[in-house]
Write a protein that binds this ligand. Structure first.
Ligand code: FAD
Length: 441
């Protein structure tokens, strides 16, 4: 089994060689820091709105090196934040507007991909979430009976389920490399192999020169902590994925997973899975949640015990796949703000903006954030700029070693809560409620 190499998705399409490195100082109208989907969508929509803008993306490795090229491929309409937090600033109506905007964004991404010729194995397949205990059933509140769940996918021990049709399966590396291609074709320069070391009004300092721009947008999500002055903004939360060898028709028949629906569960240490276009299961979960000092991995290599945990989850859900070969494992970081809620912000006085902190639901949210940043930068007052995550402020994470100890304790609590619920507790464990309070969710 291969471990690392950025991700299975990138190995499948071929790892890109960084191009167009910055050569000395430069100036432009808009400097975008980070070449993941947040940065690329922002560049795409800004250029579309005003093709005369000189926009440059500054990327440490290659476009899509981060979470955007490593994720589980769930183009979902999940909130990317806490409903309670957004309701506190914008009421229930604000939360609903954000939900509706994210639902619409699934269509937007599918539409742009079709128009621009981005082939990313996209299928609007919906997502099936299963409950495997009474406590999970109560939390999920799904309408599907055990029998209806089994009609879609035969998950061992499923007692109920929920099906959300507003979700699509994608191939992450194909999507992000496609968007990068389109942006380049429009004339936006993506300076790869160009690491940014600091950002201030009008100035982006990189290891290869300084870029002056009246607008500077920080789009680093899980890598934000690596930038001077931002170590405690968003926690780089780790997530890991394993992918199986292609399953045989008999194996697919055994588990009854005929369609391309995404699959997840309602455990506190939840898992997420997709049936890939070439007939494998890619299954992800938390693994080791956080590295001391907000460090990130180098090339996606994950710990052996995380691989074993994911193998155990796979065979718990599908006992008939006990002997199946895992071909690849990798991990990546996503950004978690202290209140578990994403934000998009721009200050016209300084020209500084940012977007991210999508807590694991960034694939759709990056597109909505890109369009919102466009409106904010252009000074347009729109429905997007009035969404509750726009200008949302959040306090910083605790300093180390509190941060490390807190996050590891938290995930210990979630694992303990899952064990008690799996043992037949019959309701959500109090331990999980305590963990939620500690987390600030
Ligand atoms: C394993 C995993 C599974 C996930 N699964 C899903 C899923 O199924 N559905 C979903 O909605 N979300 C998922 N997410 C979250 C989602 O992928 C992210 O929220 C989203 O891709 C964030 O995009 P981004 O552009 O903001 O950040 P990234 O894609 O991380 O991009 C940041 C970029 O900045 C670059 N960079 C870093 N430091 C510097 C620097 N100093 N200077 C210049 N450039 C720098 C990086 O190389 C990277 O390319 C998952 C995340 C992970 C890690």
């Amino acid at each position: 089994m291969r471990n690392g190499g950025v991700s299975f998705w990138w190995q499948q399409v071929g790892l890109p060689v960084p191009t167009d490195r910055l050569e000395g100082d430069a100036s432009c109208d808009v400097a975008v820091v980070g070449g993941g989907l947040t940065g690329l969508w922002t560049a795409y929509y800004l250029h579309e709105a005003d093709p005369t803008l000189d926009i440059r993306v500054l990327e440490a490795e290659f476009a899509g090196f981060g979470a955007s090229g490593r994720n589980g491929g769930w183009l979902s309409s999940e909130l990317a934040g806490s409903a309670r937090t957004y309701a506190a600033v914008a009421g229930e109506d604000g939360v609903q507007r954000l939900r509706d905007a994210l639902r619409g964004t699934v269509d937007e991404v599918i539409g742009v991909a079709a128009r621009e010729g981005v082939e990313a194995d996209i299928v609007r397949s919906g997502v099936l979430t299963v409950a495997r205990s009474e406590a999970q059933r109560q939390r999920l509140g799904g309408k599907l009976t055990a029998g209806q769940v089994a009609d879609r996918v035969r998950v061992a021990g499923a007692v109920s389920g929920h099906f959300d049709p507003d979700c699509a399966r994608v191939h992450p590396a194909r999507l992000v490399s496609g968007v990068a291609r389109v942006v380049r074709e429009r004339g936006v320069r993506i300076h790869e192999g160009t690491r940014v070391t600091s950002v201030s009004p009008g100035t982006v300092v990189t290891e290869r020169g300084t870029v002056r721009a009246p607008v500077v947008l920080r789009c680093l999500e899980g890598f934000t902590a690596g930038l001077a002055g931002h170590r405690r903004d968003w926690l780089p939360m780790n997530s890991a994925i394993v992918v199986t060898a292609p399953l045989t028709d008999a194996q697919w028949g055994d588990i009854g997973w005929d369609g391309a629906e995404l699959l997840g569960d309602e455990a506190h240490a939840y898992c997420y899975a997709q049936r890939t276009a070439d007939g494998r299961i890619a299954m992800g979960g938390r693994g080791v949640p956080y590295r001391f000092g907000s460090r990130t991995d180098v090339d996606g290599r994950t710990q052996d015990r995380t691989v074993e945990q994911l193998r155990a989850t796979l065979t718990t859900l599908f006992p008939s796949l006990a002997g199946v070969r895992l071909e690849h494992a990798w991990c990546g970081v996503l950004g978690v703000p202290r209140d578990w809620s994403a934000s998009v912000a721009y200050d016209a006085a300084t020209g500084l903006g940012h977007a991210g902190g999508y807590v694991g639901s960034g694939l759709t949210a990056t597109n909505l954030a890109g369009r919102t940043l466009r409106d904010l930068v252009l000074g347009h007052d729109t429905d997007l700029t009035r969404l509750p995550w726009s200008g949302h402020r959040v306090r910083r994470w605790e300093p180390e070693p509190l941060r490390w100890a807190g996050v590891h304790a938290l995930y210990g609590l979630y694992r303990a809560a899952d064990r008690r619920e799996d043992a037949g507790l019959g309701r959500t464990s109090r331990i999980a409620r305590v963990a939620h309070r500690v987390a600030g969710r």
